[in-house]
Ligand binder design. Structure first.
Ligand SMILES: [Zn+2]
Ligand SMILES: [Zn+2]
Length: 253
């Protein structure tokens, strides 16, 4: 008998693990070099992302760095200021793929990222990763429950949570710093801290996205834990909140 009752819980768990891996590995470790991962942690994050997203790390990093370079102006791959909120929220994946498939984007913005041997042998085969991940879900939960978790996870990750950061995070919301991005504290709870987007654009190299006591960055305790276990080193600078709401943002990555 398939474990249909477990579908909501497992979906939430799989999606949250994916979102945290995206934020910690692709975003903070690779795109901004704010943390340095030891080999065991590096491989683990890559396996998790291979099974749950099938993403190419070089493409993700290149598109994201391009976003930081051209934030909300001509050249930004997914700006709601240029494209409108719903075109980013609903079609974020299309805008992402368009930028990710441009070889010039990869050469310009991610010359330092692979592909290494593991990419060539395994991780570049994103569809295989998703197939293995889905097969594992079906083996554990039963065929229909496994397929349902896979489908719900894909919808949540691709069409809800990732676009929410790009659309809502550059549309309206509260600001601590003077840049075009916004903070959404509740969104931060379900996006591995990415909802604190105004803080991140002000201090892209900071490993911790929260700056005020009222803000919570769920990735940060995990980063601290992994640092304590010597699985990573925090290399980005700490940010101290001074209460000055008009601080200039840093327009680089
Ligand atoms: Zn942004
Ligand atoms: Zn960033």
């Amino acid at each position: 008998m398939s474990a249909v009752w477990a579908v909501p819980l497992v979906t939430m768990a799989v999606t949250q693990v994916t979102v945290l891996a995206t934020s910690i590995y692709l975003h903070r470790a690779l795109a901004h070099r704010s943390i340095h991962l030891r080999p065991l942690a590096d491989i683990t994050f890559r396996v998790v992302l291979w099974l749950t997203t099938g993403l190419c790390r070089r493409q993700w990093v290149a598109v994201h760095r391009k976003h930081h370079t051209f934030t909300d102006r001509e050249g930004d791959p997914h700006s709601p200021q240029l494209l409108g909120f719903w075109r980013v929220q609903l079609f974020n994946v299309v805008h992402y793929m368009r930028a990710a498939r441009d070889p010039k984007t990869l050469e310009t913005f991610a010359p330092d990222i692979g592909p290494d041997r593991l990419d060539r042998v395994l991780f570049s085969r994103g569809v295989l990763g998703l197939g293995v991940g889905l097969s594992l879900l079906c083996a554990i939960l039963g065929l229909w429950a496994g397929l349902l978790v896979g489908l719900l996870h894909a919808v949540l990750y691709v069409f809800v949570l990732l676009p929410l950061i790009n659309a809502l995070g550059h549309w309206h919301g509260s600001k601590n710093f003077d840049n075009t991005a916004s903070n959404w504290r509740l969104v931060a709870w379900i996006t591995g801290g990415e909802g604190l987007h105004n803080n991140h654009h002000a201090h892209p190299r900071a490993a911790k996205f929260s700056v005020r006591r009222s803000e919570f960055d769920p990735s940060w305790p995990i980063i601290r834990l992994l640092a304590a276990a010597r699985l990573l080193v925090i290399t980005g600078p700490p940010v101290t909140w001074t209460g000055d709401a008009a601080r200039r943002s840093t327009p680089s990555y």
